[in-house]
Design a protein around this ligand. Structure first.
Ligand code: 3HC
Length: 285
């Protein structure tokens, strides 16, 4: 099946990256946000990002204009009625996602594939909320989406092979390297990454070393591009805690339980770069 029109639900951190890479790859993209102010903000963020790439000489001005011409935003889910593929990138809330998939099933054409960028919600539950469970799957991008090469294509026990093939090809078309995983909480990357990030917090809580030294140790000692606390601030402490809680709920292993400090930082609103403060402070955000 040829994909031309792509719908993206949510134009936040992940959603705007997905809109960007899809539009840059030549797909017509319509994103849906909760209100007019968020639609305007999403379009503005995309325009600024692309203009920044032009200013750095990484994108032609003409390509920027063409890319922006392929992007539109709306507040109405019903406008996704011409989509061949919808990628849901809302906040991590299973009930909301199930409801959205049931609505999309009624709105989208019968051939459309409904995909979720979830990192931890149950894709099988989303599929079961539709009358097309064979065409529902996970398509998990990584933050920052335009720079990270990987996409996890996640199949449930209900997913048709044809849908996996189409989405795998689409992931390649938007410049990513797809890997395939089964619908098991946290898939491949977060299953391995989240316990590491939680351990870093525990080590810091225990007073072993400073944040800066733990980050430097993992960067310079292991060749990681970022230390764990810089990465936690990038991903978002709320997102990390949510993923950890879902993993703990699913597997009941103490190593997935969010450490006390993480919980308190989230309660304090120190969510990372997006709030200007996480483990580190960020000026001018
Ligand atoms: N589109 C295209 N290019 C962009 C861009 C965009 N939106 N934003 C920035 N760039 C370009 C910049 O212009 C820059 O180009 P230049 O080097 O020519 O100036 C280039 O990308 C790199 O920018 P930075 O200088 O910011 O990049 P760094 O070299 O510092 O690398 C990084 C940044 C790629 C984020 C690297 O630090 C890294 O790989 N960190 C680890 C990130 C990671 O692990 N992510 C996964 C998190 S887990 C997750 O997402 C799962 C979820 O479910 C929780």
């Amino acid at each position: 099946m040829a994909i031309k029109n792509v719908g993206v639900i949510g134009c936040g951190l992940m959603g705007s990256g997905i809109v960007q890479v899809a539009a840059q790859a030549g797909f017509d993209v319509l994103f849906v946000e909760a209100d007019d102010a968020l639609v305007t903000r999403g379009l503005e963020r995309l325009r600024q990002t692309l203009e920044g790439l032009v200013a750095k000489g990484k994108l032609e001005a003409k390509a920027k204009d063409e890319t922006l011409g392929r992007i539109a935003g709306t507040t109405r889910l019903e406008e996704l009625k011409a989509s061949d593929l919808v990628v849901e990138a809302m906040t991590e809330n299973q009930v909301l996602k199930n409801e959205t998939f049931a609505k999309l099933d009624r709105i989208c054409p019968p051939h459309a594939i409904l995909a979720s960028n979830t990192s931890s919600c149950n894709v099988t539950a989303m599929a079961a909320a539709t009358r097309r469970p064979g065409q529902v799957l996970g398509v998990h991008f990584f933050n920052p989406v335009p720079l990270m090469k990987l996409v996890e294509v996640v199949r449930t026990i209900l997913t048709d092979e044809a849908a996996v093939k189409t989405v795998t090809e689409w992931a390649r078309a938007v410049g990513k390297t797809p890997v395939q995983a089964k619908d098991s909480t946290a898939f491949i990357v977060n299953r391995l990454l989240v316990p590491y990030l939680l351990d870093a917090i525990r080590v810091y809580e225990g007073g072993l070393a400073t944040l800066e030294d733990i980050d430097a140790a993992m960067k310079l000692g292991c060749g990681h591009p970022m230390g764990p606390f810089t990465l936690l601030d990038l991903v978002g402490l709320d997102t990390t805690m949510y993923v950890a809680e879902v993993m703990f709920e699913e597997f009941r292993e103490p190593r997935y339980a969010p450490p006390p400090l993480l919980k308190r930082m989230v309660l304090a609103g120190h969510l990372g770069r997006k709030t200007g403060r996480g483990f580190y402070r960020y000026e001018g955000t």
